[in-house]
Design a protein around this ligand. Structure first.
Ligand code: GLY
Length: 336
């Protein structure tokens, strides 16, 4: 049963849901009279071409999203198509199949999506399913909920036609067995030069949507969930304003609800670049140990202006526009 059908039927049949539909989804009516008029949402510049941006130098993933947009796909489906490239990339140990396991040896994936209507879906700690961003979309469209966790997410996936897959590759298993010999839990800055893939797309209709997907921190505690599936932390979209996505140490991103913060700063008139810088400043100003971890953000506004900022040098992001896939080194707080 689709989410809205469920909600409607529930209220008609007196199921006694304690919350209304606005609480069950993330609707944020962009036409609301309470939405402040800003430079971003009043800009009428016609869109020359669609844009895809993503965290890190995930060249193929961003190209796939950009081409999907050129072919007329909507922003959400283009973002999901883009991130799926990394979810199935066995060499990528931070996203999807081939991701580094938790300290008990389980690969558990987190993902979320948010569309241009403000609706959203997420899965946390999902095992045995590669394409968790696509699964998050199914949670959004086919259930009355926003988030499914663990076994529930996995069982739901099978009802939607997803296949069961072993996500722990031989290489990841070997690395985990080596790690277990002298287990130390210490996120290392930019060691792999990649991490979560967060992707933001602006389609031909000028609509913005995004996806964020990750295997989380290497050798995390069993059950640990990071920022990537948390709407407002790993990803946030307000189609009247813009979108933002995060990568890096999820605990720090969640403490400042970074992606939501960036969109709100853009709503108040900041350029995406300034907004990303301010969101990183929130993290560094609250945590004196900020030199020990990485946090990075990307953002796009309704006019197609983009920005990125991070704590440590080395964070790159991709920007596809006019058939060109730019690989850009982000500005940072701490230079190597
Ligand atoms: N940003 C990925 C995580 O902390 O799980």
């Amino acid at each position: 049963m689709k989410r809205r059908t469920f909600i409607k039927n529930a209220s008609i049949s007196g199921l006694g849901l304690a919350v209304g539909s606005s609480a069950l989804n993330c609707d944020n009516n962009p036409k609301s009279s309470s939405t402040p008029e800003t430079k971003s949402n009043t800009m009428k510049t016609p869109l020359k071409s669609p844009i895809a941006i993503c965290t890190w130098a995930f060249v193929d993933a961003n190209a796939k999203a950009g081409q999907a947009l050129e072919n007329g796909k909507n922003a959400l489906d283009a973002a999901i198509a883009g991130v799926s490239v990394e979810e199935e990339n066995l060499k990528n140990t931070t996203v999807g199949k081939g991701g580094t396991p938790d300290r008990a040896g389980n690969v558990t994936l987190d993902a979320c999506v948010m569309d241009s209507t403000g609706d959203c879906g997420a899965v946390v700690c999902a095992e045995n399913i590669t394409h968790v961003a696509a699964l998050a979309k199914q949670v959004m469209t086919e259930t009355p909920h926003v988030m499914l966790a663990g076994q529930g997410a996995e069982e739901f996936a099978y009802t939607q036609g997803f296949k069961k897959e072993q996500l722990l590759t031989e290489d990841s298993k070997k690395a985990w067995e080596t790690w277990k010999k002298s287990p130390e839990y210490k996120p290392i800055i930019n060691i792999e030069n990649h991490d979560t893939i967060g992707m933001l797309c602006l389609d031909k209709d000028g609509d913005i949507a995004g996806a964020c997907t990750s295997s989380g921190l290497s050798y995390k505690m069993k059950g640990r969930v990071g920022d990537s599936p948390i709407i407002g932390s790993g990803l946030f979209i307000d189609n009247a304003i813009g979108g933002a996505a995060a990568t890096g140490l999820g605990e720090e991103i969640m403490k400042t609800v970074g992606s939501f913060l960036i969109v709100e700063l853009m709503r108040n008139g900041m350029h995406p670049q300034q907004a990303c810088e301010e969101a990183v400043r929130r993290v560094t100003s609250k945590n004196p140990n900020y030199k020990d971890f990485q946090v990075a953000y990307i953002a796009i506004n309704k006019a197609g202006e983009t920005g990125a900022y991070c704590i440590h040098e080395g964070f790159r992001y991709m920007k596809y526009q006019d058939g060109v896939n730019h690989n850009i080194l982000s500005e940072c707080v701490v230079k190597a």
